[in-house]
Design a protein around this ligand. Structure first.
Ligand code: HEM
Length: 232
């Protein structure tokens, strides 16, 4: 039988009261992976899919969002609803990744590899998000160094992304970052359903795993297409 990295309902019922707090933190970590972080990832992908319709459509979509949510509300939402929950999920996730014991030698099963890959991609996504935010939001937007979007010069537009993606090294970093995020969210969906007791039996766990792979593929394809479009 595959080694299960997560506690079962029976073991949870037996935990001593002093470990209850870490149980709550893990639940919060699990929840933030879906709401708001996972939902934001989906929204961010949909927003960027406008690039597939060309530079004008991309910039127009950003201008529309800027009008709907002008600064400082935009920054308030960005920091409060996205960056803080992501920082919590990412930092607590790093702690879990360091304390986890995959037992790859003893149990070389598929789920054990997925368990390790979930942690490795989490750390890669954290490094990528820091790079992504620092180079675009701080480097271009806040310092006003980007071309921006017509009428909204403080935003990152198609031309800015195209300039960044012209470098093969930057494109490589983006490919690694977005593919890690797609896998982490897709595989994490199964983990979430397990953590919250939605999938209990082996059969439902398998269905969740397939759903996770479908979500990973559904995100990975447009992600790669968008990055390549910036180079077209
Ligand atoms: C795009 C951003 C991210 C999204 C959408 C996301 C989403 C998720 C989801 C849905 C789960 C499953 C929760 C569960 O197993 O109950 C998860 C688990 C996990 N995440 Fe993330 N995550 C993101 C970023 C990160 C980062 C930056 C780290 C930093 C290391 C991280 C580390 C982890 C770890 C270690 C787990 C496994 C927890 C466990 O099995 O107990 N995640 N993530």
């Amino acid at each position: 039988m595959a080694h299960s990295a997560q506690p079962t309902t029976e073991t949870l019922a037996l935990v001593a009261p002093q470990t209850d707090r870490s149980f709550l933190w893990r639940r919060l970590h699990s929840l933030t992976g879906i709401v708001p972080v996972g939902l934001f990832l989906l929204f961010h992908l949909f927003e960027n899919m406008n690039a597939l319709r060309g530079a004008e459509a991309y910039d127009a979509a950003i201008a529309k969002l800027a009008e709907l949510l002008p600064p400082p509300y935009f920054y308030f939402v960005e920091v409060g609803l996205i960056l803080l929950p992501l920082a919590f999920h990412g930092l607590y996730g790093t702690y879990l990744a360091l304390e986890g014991s995959p037992n790859l030698k003893a149990y070389a099963y598929r789920r054990n590899y997925l368990y390790v890959l979930q942690r490795v991609t989490g750390v890669l996504v954290l490094a990528f998000v820091v790079y992504h935010v620092v180079t675009l939001r701080v480097g271009l937007t806040l310092r006003g160094l980007g071309a921006g979007v017509p009428g909204h010069e403080g935003y990152v537009g198609f031309a800015d992304m195209a300039r960044a993606m012209a470098s093969p090294e930057v494109l490589g970093l983006y490919l690694l970052g977005v593919l890690s995020a797609a896998f982490h969210f897709g595989n994490g969906l199964g983990g979430f359903l397990w953590t919250w007791g939605v999938t209990i039996g082996e059969r439902s766990r398998r269905v969740a795993e397939w759903l996770g792979w479908a979500l990973t593929a559904a995100m990975a394809v447009p992600m790669v297409a968008i990055l390549l479009k910036f180079r077209a």
